[in-house]
Design a protein around this ligand. Structure first.
Ligand code: THU
Length: 235
């Protein structure tokens, strides 16, 4: 996958305006991000946040951001929050970058992986790690919660995993696994339920609780009467 492919990976059914961001980590690895919109517009994930959080969720420190969202008012906040520098995305200058695909193979032990992932969560504010795995036709994509000193700039593990899967995979997400060690009952927040419903309609959501029990729910059951409107064009 290269930069031009990334424009195709955007999920922008509402604005139809694709964006791409690329992050270079301190150790020279590249992490891409695309815009992931939601029918509840404020729940949308910018290409910049997607790329930065992909980098952080894999245990790398972001150093430099390249984004076509350079005029977005959030960029100075990301610079301050993460100590990064940012530049306009010049496709010609970055044309030779290729990205590793973080997909995991089909014989993954999901429980072991969910437990292992908790150590990757960036939880300086809450010390409450959460892990998530999305199954797609390509394989599995992982996510952990990423916190910022400005709390509203962070993202839950479920949304980090979904954003990564959509950036690298087909649009067809098959199921989602969620795990917390500290919560008695692992359960996605309301905002995540709206995002889950949009990308995993009628799919199974597996909640792995702290006592190693599991409950399985259909996404619709997790958010009855979720927000939708035929005035907002959707897939
Ligand atoms: N959190 C998740 O990652 N997923 C949820 O569905 C619920 C909450 C995280 C967000 C934040 O980092 C921490 O838990 C405390 O709210």
């Amino acid at each position: 996958m290269d930069i031009n492919d990334l424009y195709e990976q955007n999920y922008v059914p509402y604005s139809k305006k694709a964006s791409v961001a690329v992050v270079r980590s301190k150790n020279g690895k590249w992490f891409p991000g695309v815009r992931i919109e939601n029918i509840c517009y404020p729940l949308s994930i910018s290409a910049t946040q997607n790329a930065l959080f992909y980098c952080l969720s894999e245990g790398h420190e972001p150093a430099e951001l390249f984004t076509d969202e350079i005029h977005a008012t959030m960029i100075p906040s990301w610079e301050k929050e993460l100590g990064i520098t940012s530049n306009p995305l010049e496709k010609d200058e970055l044309h030779n970058i290729t990205f590793d695909n973080p997909v995991l193979e089909a014989d993954l032990n999901k429980i072991d992986k969910l437990k292992e992932l908790l150590d990757m969560a960036v939880v300086g504010e809450s010390d409450f790690p959460v892990s998530a795995i999305v199954e797609t036709e390509q394989g599995y994509f992982t996510g952990v919660n990423i916190e910022c000193t400005s709390w509203n700039m962070g993202l839950c593990a479920e949304r980090v995993a979904i954003a990564k899967a959509l950036t690298f995979s087909s649009k067809n997400l098959i199921s989602l696994e969620i795990h917390t060690r500290k919560g008695e009952f692992s359960s996605p927040c309301g905002a995540c339920r709206q995002v889950i419903k949009e990308h995993l309609p009628k799919k199974q959501i597996h909640l792995h609780h702290a006592d190693d029990s599991e409950s399985i729910h259909f996404s619709e059951d997790l958010l009855p009467h979720s927000f939708s409107s035929s005035s907002l064009s959707n897939r």
